[in-house]
Ligand binder design. Structure first.
Ligand code: 13P
Ligand code: SF4
Length: 325
C-alpha cells in the first residue's frame, strides 16, 4: 500500500469489482480479521445496517474500550477513531477516510487553547469529546452530550471550570447546572445551521409535533425544544413518548434508527437557514461502504498516535468513563 498516497487522498483509492456484494465482503473480512465495525448514528443508513454496534459518542467509546476485536473499523469521524486508539492502543484502529474531520474539533487549535488555559491555572478543564487528542491531553475530564451534566456536577462547587470547545453545549450546561464556566468559543457547523424562523413556522403547521434538539444547537433553538439530549437520548425519547410527530434538530443520519424503531411515527428534519442539505454532516458523510470495504481489506488508513501524547490524553477519557459507569 502506498501510504503517501493514502495521506493525500485520505482513503484507499482502488477500483472495486462492481459485481462484488459489499455487504457480504465486509461481513467476510470482519470475521476473517476479527474486526468490529462501530458506527455513529450520523452515518448513512447502509453503513448503520452493516455495523456491529451503532451508538452515540459515549456508547461508541465505551464499546471501543471493551471490545475483544483485534481491529476497530470506525465509521465516524477522526476524533472518534482517535479516542478509540487512545483507550485501546494495543488494537489496530482504522478510519475509512482520514479526512472525515469535525468543524467543532477544528475550532479549537491546541496552541491557542494552551494559551487560553494558562489564563485560568486553577480551573478544571472539561472538554467535549469532539476535540483532537492534543486538546484531550490538555484536559482533566472529557465529556459527551449524554454525560456532560453528570461530569460537571462531579466537580467540587468551589472549583472554576473551563469548558471547551462547544460554546452552545457550554451555555446549555451553565443553565442546567448553575455553574459559572469559562467557555471556549467553538461550534459545530451542522448544528448552527438550523433556522429558528423556519422551525417556528414548521411548528405552526404541525402543532402536535414535538421539537427534539441536540445541545450543540444554538440557544434560541434549544429554548423552543420539547426535549434536549444526545443522539441516543433523542432516539429513546422518540420511542418512549406518546407523541406521533417530531421535528428533529440534529444531523439527519439519526432519522434512520428513529424510523426503524417507530415506523408509524412521523419525523421531520429541522430546516436549515438555506436551501441545501446542510444538516448532513459533510465529514460523517465522507464514509461509504466502498471505503469501509477497502479499509478492512488493506487495514488502512490507520490511526497512529505519538505515545507520550496518547498517554496524556488517556487519563481524561478514563476519568469520563469512570464517572459514567
Ligand atoms: P452525540 O453522539 O454525543 O449525540 O454527539 C453528536 C455529535 O455531534 C457527534 O459528532
Ligand atoms: Fe463535528 Fe458537527 Fe459533524 Fe458532529 S455533526 S462530527 S460536531 S461537524
Amino acid at each position: 500500500m502506498n501510504l503517501e498516497k493514502i495521506k493525500q487522498t485520505g482513503f484507499v483509492d482502488e477500483t472495486i469489482d462492481p459485481t462484488l456484494d459489499l455487504f457480504e465482503e465486509i461481513k467476510k473480512l470482519k470475521k476473517e480479521k476479527n474486526a468490529v465495525l462501530l458506527a455513529h448514528y450520523y452515518q448513512d443508513a447502509d453503513i448503520q445496517d452493516i455495523a456491529d454496534f451503532i451508538g452515540d459518542s459515549l456508547q461508541l467509546s465505551q464499546e471501543a474500550a471493551k471490545t475483544n476485536a483485534d481491529m476497530i473499523v470506525f465509521a465516524g469521524v477522526h476524533f472518534m477513531a482517535e479516542t478509540a486508539k487512545i483507550i485501546s492502543p494495543q488494537k489496530k484502529v482504522v478510519l475509512p477516510d482520514l479526512k472525515a474531520g469535525c468543524s467543532l474539533a477544528d475550532s479549537c487549535p491546541p496552541e491557542l487553547f494552551a494559551k487560553f488555559k494558562a489564563k485560568y491555572p486553577d480551573h478544571v478543564v472539561v472538554s467535549y469529546i469532539n476535540c483532537s487528542a492534543e486538546i484531550k491531553a490538555l484536559t482533566d475530564i472529557v465529556c459527551t452530550s449524554s454525560n456532560a451534566e453528570k461530569i460537571i456536577n462531579s466537580i467540587p462547587k468551589d472549583k472554576g471550570i473551563i469548558f471547551a470547545p462547544d460554546k452552545n453545549l457550554g451555555a446549555y450546561l451553565i443553565k442546567k447546572t448553575g455553574r459559572d464556566m469559562v467557555l471556549w468559543n467553538g461550534a459545530c457547523m451542522v448544528h448552527e445551521i438550523f433556522s429558528l424562523e423556519k422551525i417556528i413556522k414548521l411548528k405552526e403547521r404541525n402543532p402536535k409535533a414535538k421539537l427534539l434538539a441536540h445541545p450543540e444547537c444554538e440557544e434560541a433553538v434549544l429554548n423552543k425544544a420539547d426535549y434536549i439530549g444526545s443522539t441516543t437520548g433523542i432516539l429513546n425519547f422518540s420511542q418512549e413518548d406518546s407523541c406521533q410527530e417530531f421535528i428533529v434538530a440534529t444531523e439527519t443520519g439519526i432519522l434512520h434508527q428513529m424510523m426503524k424503531a417507530s415506523p408509524n411515527k412521523t419525523f421531520i428534519p429541522a430546516p436549515p437557514n438555506n436551501n441545501c442539505a446542510c444538516n448532513d454532516c459533510p465529514h460523517m458523510k465522507l464514509n461509504t461502504l466502498e471505503k469501509i470495504y477497502l479499509c478492512l481489506k488493506h487495514e488502512q488508513p490507520e490511526i497512529i498516535l505519538d505515545e507520550t501524547m496518547r498517554k496524556k490524553a488517556e487519563g481524561s477519557i478514563l476519568r469520563m468513563l469512570e464517572i459514567s459507569k
